[in-house]
Design a protein around this ligand. Structure first.
Ligand code: COA
Length: 171
């Protein structure tokens, strides 16, 4: 069970966890076509999401998982990578963070959505024990929609985990 930790009065608003990070895509981060490596984007996503999770939990967090990640459009050398993250949902010790990735043309300023990801983090104390999270208090219509959808994704993840466990036990 998570160790006790008093939630803050009124909870934490998703907007308080908002994180934006920008990078320029460098030559060492691209393939022979001059487009960024997928693993590089995953690393950026993990860092941006972890900052958001820590702004919510205010303690150490570890990545428990990342849902499927699709690359919708390439990002080229010299593009500006813009990542935005915020906490969508929080349980006892785990939370879901959503990240949206865009490429920005450095000359025209045009932005294109290149990928989105949902990550689960677990809050731990210095001994590696799970920590009880504060309450997340979504306020705007968009925050409430994200919270609701995150809850459905969590249920699907737990169902999938349970199905795999049951199938293995039945073998
Ligand atoms: C993540 C970790 C701490 C979970 O530990 P555990 O003992 O399996 O935790 P539990 O089964 O008690 O689950 C803890 C919470 O995480 C959730 N959870 C655990 N694994 C999950 C996953 N893969 N996806 C979604 N949620 C997950 C549980 O539902 C639970 O949520 P709740 O407390 O909000 O109800 C553990 O698996 C771990 O240390 N993994 C390695 C993490 C790591 O090294 N990451 C990469 C570097 S940061």
């Amino acid at each position: 069970m998570p160790s006790d930790r008093l939630p803050r009065d009124g909870g934490v608003r998703p907007s308080e966890t908002r994180t934006e990070m920008t990078w320029i895509v460098m030559p060492g981060q691209t393939n022979a076509l001059g487009t960024v490596f997928g693993g590089q984007v995953m690393a950026w996503i993990d860092v941006c999401a972890a900052v958001s999770a820590q702004r919510f939990a205010r303690c150490t967090v570890v990545t428990a998982g990342m849902d499927s990640l699709n690359f919708r459009a390439p990002m080229r050398q010299g593009n500006i990578a813009v990542l935005r993250a915020s906490v969508n949902w929080a349980g006892h010790s785990s939370m879901e963070v959503g990240v949206r990735v865009e490429r920005e043309d450095a000359i025209t300023g045009e932005r294109t959505h290149t990928s989105s990801a949902y990550l689960t983090f677990v809050a731990l104390d210095s001994r590696g024990n799970k920590v009880r999270l504060p309450t997340l208090s979504p306020e705007t219509d968009e925050e409430i929609r994200r919270h609701h959808e995150a809850e459905m994704r969590r249920e699907a993840r737990l169902r999938h985990k349970e199905d795999v466990k049951n199938r293995r036990a039945a073998r």
